[in-house]
Design a protein around this ligand. Structure first.
Ligand code: GCU
Length: 845
């Protein structure tokens, strides 16, 4: 065939692009839920009478963003380009302005009197007999938020006639934290390199920072601290502050204020003092001057985040001072400028003696901060993680929320999925957050119910500030968090920070429609997957309040049951041959339960009343203890792991039903991710079940744990070049061992003969994909090449363990008894083409 001229090819692909329905065109995910994809014709009909003009009454940068966003959104979804104009009482229009601007216009309209800062009102009304839509607010940020709210309504196909939507944010603090390092890496970030920093400086191109601020603004988030809480003191050097000012400028026209995390020893490490004692006047003067220097460059600077006396960070204990001494001193420097100091409540001793059964890390936040209630200044906010440990797959609400009456609080939620699958596993966290936010801490006998959300918003004890902080950690990858579906967590955090009364269903429905469109099969499928995913992840990792059961001293990713034990980090579950769980009772345990208010403590102190989901967080019981569900603890451990792995497999099937209904790019990316997850869920299932089977000695009454039909271990194959090695921890590999190819070998092989009946089969090869090379695998059946693949994924380990263990499925292979199955592995760099087993099942399709 004659080759085609490049120009002709371009025209053809352009035509193909234009012919494809817009919703099916390739999507990188960069626009997340702000895609403004064209609505279908019937939905467009709903909006046929919308105004065609837009009249901004103000001219600030924020107001321009609001105007441009409205134009962009309406053009994208409805194909109509709004014309900008100035106000004349003639013709229909969208009118955007602050309350003051509307009054000055003047427009003869009754204006809402009950708007708070950042709140907005969207009203459809008639002006000089022309239908108009007015978006107004106390401040221009509120107007921008109103525009996003209006566009959301259109994306969701909600009618706009008779509109009178008035919303105030639930709390003043709606912040995100990024844990970005100045070298461009991100602590616990899974979406690529930093959008803020590179090689020790702020990046020259801040386009993505603006894009991020736009996403945040669409949710009503009003500030972002951009660097790691394990802060590099250089962030406050005179060379850095002008660079920060550039980030602040990129944020500003989206109404997002800049904050930074600071290092408590800065006066000494970069300030030239010989001390950082918070009570030394030279130290407070240093912070005052530094703060002034920042505000001179960034007048709307939001404040500091401080991690002190935690995980090796220096803090006031160096001078025997209190957390109140430390935070007030810095807060007083910020106060004249209106800045806030977020002091992290994540303070604990990571050198606890595990042999002492009374020791308990969970007690730490309360023990450190409750005695200081009443001693913090009005612009200090105590930033408290949702649970008492550290973002585990399930924890009870921190007792500290219910124990402070005079201290501003913010709840810290982790959007980035550190212990919840690192964006390789689907895990929608809104249902988890809702449980904590709605948890009644019984903080006041006078006030009626005191849900955590109301406490942190300052509503119960009438505090000046407080609210919600999400550790977001987006990166420069096109999909921001490392996985398209994980973006529902960022969306969900922002929506809850605005209105924690929204349900998980409402939130996921909004997100799904805005991200993938309104096709009912698409929305039902994705929403069901998202809503079940936390339970699924919990089921195959650490159920019953065991916490995640991962490698807690390492990468926090794959299974490693004993990593929690016998070290000072205090994430103990105390599983041994006789029983499992931490006794945190007042009667016989660590006394942690006594930190809750009496009504809550009474519930958790009682073994019989403690909910099954948290049982092992609070109590140590024998494996034969019977749960409310009627099952024994050990049987529940087996059952939940099998259910979780089965549900993860099911996600793949559910996702495949969406082929052709969403764009190919996101369809295939997510399919790959879900297939990986289904394999990893099986690794988890087997690791945890095998561990508990061996340690408890109690069989799975359904006969599954320890029995693997169709599985041939590498150890049982005829090996050439491969040798068998022990894997650590042992539960991370089937039978504790893997076949590992000699480093210097070009190719190693292993073979066995199929001894089942003739038929069509799927072959699962469980191999170890370490991130220090890209080994090559080939699989031959009866001497013929059936498949070949590269172990080139970027899993967080160089080791042969549960984090690198990966399933490769080869579909629909005809097999006859006696067929020879041979795997060949070629090492690359540090990746030694290791594998665990091959499992053969009747073909699934
Ligand atoms: C977790 C996380 C750390 C982080 C810490 C914190 O422990 O693993 O990387 O520094 O939380 O919140 O300070």
């Amino acid at each position: 065939m004659r080759s085609m001229a490049p120009g002709a090819l371009l025209v053809i692909s352009l035509l193909a692009f234009l012919a494809a329905p817009a919703s099916l065109r390739a999507q990188s995910g960069i626009d997340a839920w702000l895609r403004y994809a064209p609505l279908d014709d019937s939905a467009k009909l709903l909006y046929k009478n919308l105004p065609r003009r837009i009249i901004p009454l103000g001219s600030t940068a924020l107001m321009r963003s609001a105007q441009q966003e409205l134009i962009r959104g309406i053009r994208g979804m409805l194909g109509v380009t709004l014309q900008s104009g100035s106000y004349v009482p003639r013709g229909d229009a969208f009118i955007l302005g602050t309350l003051a601007e509307v009054r000055a216009a003047p427009l003869a309209i009754a204006l809402p009197a009950d708007l708070d800062d950042d709140g907005y009102s969207i009203q459809s009304l008639t002006l000089a007999s022309h239908p108009c839509i007015l978006i107004t607010a106390r401040n221009d940020r509120g107007v921008l938020f109103g525009v996003f709210a209006l566009l959301r309504r259109i994306a969701l196909g909600q009618p706009l006639a008779e509109l009178n939507d008035r919303q105030n944010p639930y709390a003043p603090v709606r912040w995100v934290n990024q844990w970005d390092n100045l070298d461009g890496s991100i602590e616990r970030g899974y979406g690529g390199r930093s959008i803020f920093f590179d090689s020790g400086s702020v990046r020259s191109d801040l386009t993505r920072v603006g894009d991020y601020a736009r996403l945040l603004a669409s949710l009503g988030i009003n500030a972002c601290a951009i660097n790691n809480v394990n802060a590099d003191p250089r962030i406050l050097t005179p060379e850095f502050i002008p660079q920060l000012a550039r980030v602040a400028a990129a944020f500003r026209h989206w109404g997002v204020r800049l904050a930074v995390a600071v290092d408590f020893s800065s006066p000494k490490s970069i300030g030239g003092l010989d001390t950082f004692d918070p009570l030394d006047p030279r130290v407070s003067a240093w912070w005052r001057n530094k703060t002034q220097e920042i505000y001179a460059a960034i007048p709307d600077f939001a404040g500091f985040v401080l991690k002190a006396d935690s995980e090796g960070r220096l803090g006031p204990s160096a001078y025997a001072r209190t957390h109140a001494d430390a935070s007030n001193m810095i807060a007083r420097a910020l106060k004249p400028h209106g800045g806030l100091l977020f002091y992290r409540g994540f303070v604990y001793d990571h050198h606890l003696d595990w042999r002492n059964l009374k020791n308990d890390r969970a007690r730490a936040a309360y023990d450190n901060f409750q005695p200081l209630d009443g001693q913090f200044d009005s612009n200090v906010i105590l930033q408290i993680k949702n649970g008492p440990i550290d973002f585990q797959v399930r924890e009870p609400a921190s007792p500290l929320f219910g124990a402070l009456q005079k201290t501003n609080e913010a709840i810290e939620l982790q959007i980035t999925q550190e212990y919840t699958g690192q964006a390789r596993h689907l895990c929608f966290l809104v249902p988890m957050w809702k449980e904590v936010l709605d948890f009644d801490a019984h903080a006041s006998s006078a006030a009626g119910p005191t849900p955590v959300k109301a406490i942190v918003a300052g509503k119960i004890f009438h505090l000046p500030s407080g609210g919600f902080v999400g550790v977001s950690n987006v990166g420069a990858d096109a999909n921001w968090l490392g996985n398209q579906l994980s973006m529902a967590n960022l969306y969900g955090f922002g929506r809850l920070a605005w209105n924690p009364d929204l349900s998980a269903n409402e939130i996921v429905d909004e997100w799904t429609r805005m991200t993938f469109g309104n096709n009912p099969h698409v929305t039902t499928t994705i929403e069901a997957m998202q809503l079940s995913s936390w339970r699924t992840y919990e089921n195959y990792t650490g159920p019953l309040g065991l916490q995640t059961l991962t490698d807690i001293t390492g990468n926090h990713y794959g299974p490693s049951v004993e990593a929690s034990e016998q070290n000072g980090w205090g994430q103990w579950h105390r599983a041994d041959a006789d029983g499992v769980g931490m006794d945190r009772t007042v009667a016989t345990g660590t006394g942690y339960i006594g930190q809750y208010q009496p009504a809550v403590a009474k519930l958790y102190e009682s073994l019989a009343d403690t909910p099954d989901d948290l049982l092992l967080f609070f109590h140590h019981v024998p494996y034969t203890y019977v749960l409310h569900s009627g099952k024994t603890v050990i049987q529940q451990i087996y059952d939940s792991h099998y259910q979780g792995a089965e549900a993860a497999d099911e996600y793949v099937r559910q996702w495949k039903s969406l082929e052709g209904l969403i764009d190919d790019q996101r369809y295939s990316e997510i399919l790959m991710q879900l297939e990986y997850q289904a394999g990893a869920a099986q690794v988890w299932r087997d690791a945890i079940c095998n561990w508990f089977l061996r340690v408890s000695g109690i069989a799975d009454e359904k006969g599954r744990a320890g029995h693997f039909p169709g599985r041939t271990e590498a150890e049982a194959m005829a090996l050439d070049g491969y040798s068998i090695e022990d894997v650590t921890p042992w539960e991370a590999a089937s039978a504790g061992k893997a076949a590992v190819c000699a480093r210097q070998a070009v190719t190693c092989s292993a073979e066995f003969r199929f001894n089942g009946s003739a038929g069509s089969y799927d072959l699962d090869v469980e191999y170890f994909d370490t991130n220090n090379g890209a080994a090559k695998f080939k699989l031959f059946v009866g001497g013929r090449l059936a498949d070949t693949w590269l172990a080139d994924d970027h899993l967080p380990t160089t080791k042969i363990d549960g984090s690198s263990s990966t399933r490769h499925r080869i579909h629909t292979i005809p097999l006859s008894p006696g067929d020879e199955i041979r795997i060949e592995g070629s090492p690359d760099g540090g990746d030694r083409a290791a594998f665990d087993y091959i499992e053969i099942h009747p073909a699934s399709n």
